[in-house]
Design a binder for this molecule. Structure first.
Ligand code: HBI
Length: 100
């Protein structure tokens, strides 16, 4: 099972993600971000691409789509909080969103 991030590695890993719009949820067990696209098709395309990546990683986002925005929450349920898997998926999501 993937382990929770230590305080030091968590701080280091989170800094660049917080700079791109990710935020720690209350209690610190997850990170969240709202991605906004030009239209529904772009938003759904993002979700489709991320779904393939998530399945490959065996790590799945909690997310909601409303029209052209996608609200994402990442946490490792098995570990009860943030792990390297969440950090990796967050980085990949930022890449997919930027790659238009
Ligand atoms: N996705 N976000 C998230 N957190 C998990 O703990 C998790 C998952 N996807 C699959 C998964 N765990 C499985 O490895 C286990 O439930 C077997």
């Amino acid at each position: 099972m993937t382990e929770l991030l230590s305080d030091a590695s968590r701080t280091e890993a989170l800094a660049p993600l917080l700079a791109t719009g990710w935020a720690e949820t209350e209690g610190g067990t997850a990170i969240s971000k709202r991605f906004t696209f030009v239209n529904f098709i772009e938003a759904f395309g993002f979700m489709t691409r991320v779904a393939l990546i998530a399945e490959k990683m065996d790590h799945h986002p909690e997310w909601t789509n409303v029209y052209r925005s996608v609200e994402v929450i990442l946490s490792t349920h098995d570990a009860g909080g943030l792990t390297e898997k969440d950090i990796k998926l967050a980085r990949k999501m930022d890449k997919v969103a930027a790659d238009d």
